[in-house]
Design a protein around this ligand. Structure first.
Ligand SMILES: [Zn+2]
Length: 346
């Protein structure tokens, strides 16, 4: 089968690899009908160390179940399913609390983990199929496919940032980052009843989309100037809730700088540093800093009705579609900010 392999920074290739197959009795095998390239895939695209074997890429997918292992009972052959970026058993104490990304059996697709494939491929093996996969009540070419696909990561991730940051009715919210997750964070903040939603970014097309999603204010400055602008827009004190959707130190520094005393930062951008900056402002402002890999599997049930009934349209962040052969150029297009997020149709 064909699959996306990254051999080093900037070196993405479509390779012939051995077919994905059932290994454990709890596995399913899915034929990928939709996948995408994630902003977090750009981190290895910038800095992955070169290797002979490379890393299978892709962690977001919708697909059709081709086969299941002998211990899989809920997921059946021919089901159309959404595959969250992490697999989880659905039964351990963390899964039961809705924190599937801390599952005792957790693993992450397209991350280089031994024996785990990627979704930017014709097929993928899904460990812990019963706990991981979610059956969709639509056909494989449904018009809602782009929005349904975002439930595998970016919509659930934006929602997680909003939940951790304590977004609710009447709250002021600032979203750091205008990538797909930040834009989904705007959708989530609006959906949870935020009164004011400040998008922080500087790309015209993304800002226009953020406004359509519910952003009330735009801050394009960076650093100290950005902090002052947000304070000015929020009565001088900063935002109740800040969604950090980037992962770089400067983004976190800004996020803490624009949180009001007693406010919260929900961080979902994969951190590129070992330490969290702005420790002193966070301490003296009693700012809660939380977040991590979103338990998107736990959020699908809550978000799916809004997608099916058209109340939210997160699929609009997918502004380019490619076949598998177009994946390497898709990485380039996202890295060059030509595309917000690229959908893949293997
Ligand atoms: Zn679990």
């Amino acid at each position: 089968m064909k699959a996306t392999v990254m051999f080093g920074a900037g070196d993405v290739r479509i390779e012939d690899v051995s077919d994905a197959m059932i290994v454990e009795p709890t596995d399913a095998l899915i034929r990928v009908t939709r996948a995408c390239i994630c902003g977090s895939d750009l981190h290895p695209y910038h800095q992955l160390e070169r290797s002979e074997t490379g890393t299978r890429m892709g962690h977001e997918a919708i697909g059709v179940v081709e086969d299941v292992g002998s211990k899989v009972t809920k997921i059946k052959k021919d089901d159309l399913v959404v595959m969250p970026f992490a697999y989880s058993d659905g039964t351990c104490e963390f899964c039961q609390k809705g924190l599937n990304t801390a599952c005792v059996h957790v693993g992450f697709f397209g991350s280089g983990m031994e024996g785990v494939g990627g979704a930017q491929a014709e097929a993928v093996r899904v460990p812990q199929a019963d706990g991981t996969l979610f059956k969709l009540p639509v056909g494989e070419d449904d018009a809602l496919m782009p929005s349904l696909l975002t439930l595998s990561d970016v919509m659930g991730t934006g929602h997680h940032a909003a939940v951790v940051a304590g977004v609710g009715p009447g709250k002021s919210v600032a979203v750091v980052g205008d990538g797909a997750v930040g834009l989904c964070g705007v959708i989530a903040a609006k959906r949870l009843g935020a009164e004011q939603i400040i998008i922080m970014g500087r790309h015209d097309d993304r800002i226009a989309l953020a406004k359509e999603f519910g952003a009330t204010d735009v801050v394009s400055e960076r650093g100290e100037e950005a902090v002052e602008r947000v304070r000015g827009l929020t009565g001088g004190f900063g935002a109740h809730s800040v969604l950090e959707c980037v992962g770089y130190a400067q983004a976190m520094e800004t996020a803490i700088g624009i949180a009001r005393p007693g406010g919260a930062v929900g961080r979902v951008g994969v951190p590129q540093d070992e330490t969290i900056p702005a420790s002193l402002p966070a301490f003296f402002g009693n700012v809660t800093v939380g977040g991590g890999p979103a338990p998107v599997r736990a959020y699908i049930e809550e978000l799916l009705p809004d997608v099916l009934e058209g109340r939210i349209e997160p699929g609009r962040v997918l502004d380019r579609t490619v076949g598998l052969d177009g994946v390497p150029d898709g990485y380039r297009a996202m890295d060059d900010r030509e595309a917000i997020k690229v959908m893949v149709r293997p």
